[in-house]
Design a protein around this ligand. Structure first.
Ligand code: GRG
Length: 294
């Protein structure tokens, strides 16, 4: 196989692994009957791209860590992400009728169930951390630190969301800061945990985090571009959904926003140079983030 083909096959395989594991996680942790269980399962299992868990598994691949070891840990940022989407769609925030091509959670289950489902997902993500670390063979003494990282990311999401809703950014730097606190923070957590299982040096951990921070921003910039140029059927939501907030396209226009995303993805990949060819698939993944059309 050519290197490009191998990378594509690896990513597709990991995504399938994530989908299977998410189904198993939901069966184990969200099996309650009634509206709350159904709403949580819908929030988590509706068809997302699974970018964050694949990122964890690929960061583990830098150290040849078996994805089976990492899969429990990989799901946790995805559960947080799913909860954040539910909250983001609420009438008091984005007021979005559609998510992933389906009615958003509050449209399908009502606002109260949607809010409660998001809270419960957060709590269950937290509760599954000890077992996930054990499966990853990460020493138990790391648990308190990982819990703190998880709490900090949730705090960061909340703070940055407030600024986003206030449309507080008037420069690209301010907008980057807001999205570094949202998309960037979850990408950093996801990639950082993947690398953790490989016992990285301090420099390596910083490199992986720099990669993820820049890639998260690139992902968000392209999200803004697709909001204007994307086809609603591919996006699973109406175009122009983010109207009312300041976007990278508002500040830069489409062409310059695309250039910014490419630059960020290149900076991201450059941060991984110290890993040599072990980072090939992760770099290919970064390329895919900026060339995506959904
Ligand atoms: C308490 C968890 C929590 C959050 C409160 C609501 C909120 C604060 C933050 C919103 C964060 C948010 C939804 C950011 C948008 C990030 C983004 C790029 C979403 C789209 O991600 P994709 O494209 O979605 O990966 P899929 O559907 O593919 O999973």
């Amino acid at each position: 196989m050519q290197p490009m083909d191998r990378a594509t096959a690896v990513m597709a395989g990991l995504r399938a692994k994530v989908d299977t594991a998410l189904g198993q996680w939901a069966a184990a942790h969200l099996s309650g009957e009634g509206v709350l269980g159904a709403a949580m399962r819908e929030a988590l299992l509706s068809p997302g791209k699974r970018v964050r868990p694949v990122l964890t598994l690929l960061a583990g691949e830098l150290y040849r860590v078996d994805p089976d070891r990492l899969i429990g840990l990989a799901l946790i940022p995805e559960v947080i992400h799913a909860a954040s989407l539910v909250l983001d769609d609420l009438p008091s925030m984005d007021d979005a009728p559609l998510r992933r091509g389906r009615p958003s959670l509050h449209m399908a289950y009502g606002e109260a169930a949607a809010i409660l489902a998001a809270f419960d997902l957060l709590s269950r993500a937290h509760a599954s951390l000890p077992a996930a670390l054990e499966r990853a063979r990460i020493p138990r003494r790391r648990l308190a630190e990982a819990q703190l990282e998880l709490d900090r990311v949730i705090d960061s999401l909340c703070r940055a969301q407030v600024r986003d809703l206030e449309a507080a950014a008037s420069t690209v730097e301010e907008l980057e800061e807001i999205h570094a606190g949202k998309t960037g923070a979850l990408f950093v957590l996801a990639a950082g945990w993947g690398a953790l299982a490989g016992r990285p040096t301090g420099v390596e951990r910083q490199a992986v985090e720099a990669f993820a921070r820049n890639l998260g921003l690139a992902f968000q910039v392209i999200d803004d571009v697709l909001d204007v140029t994307g086809r609603p059927q591919r996006l699973g939501k109406p175009a122009g959904k983010d109207a009312g907030r300041v976007t990278f396209v508002d500040l830069l226009g489409v062409a310059a926003a695309r250039r910014l995303a490419r630059d960020l993805a290149e900076t991201a990949s450059g941060a991984l140079d110290l890993f040599g060819d072990r980072a090939d698939t992760l770099k290919r993944f970064a390329e895919g983030v900026v060339t995506r059309d959904a």
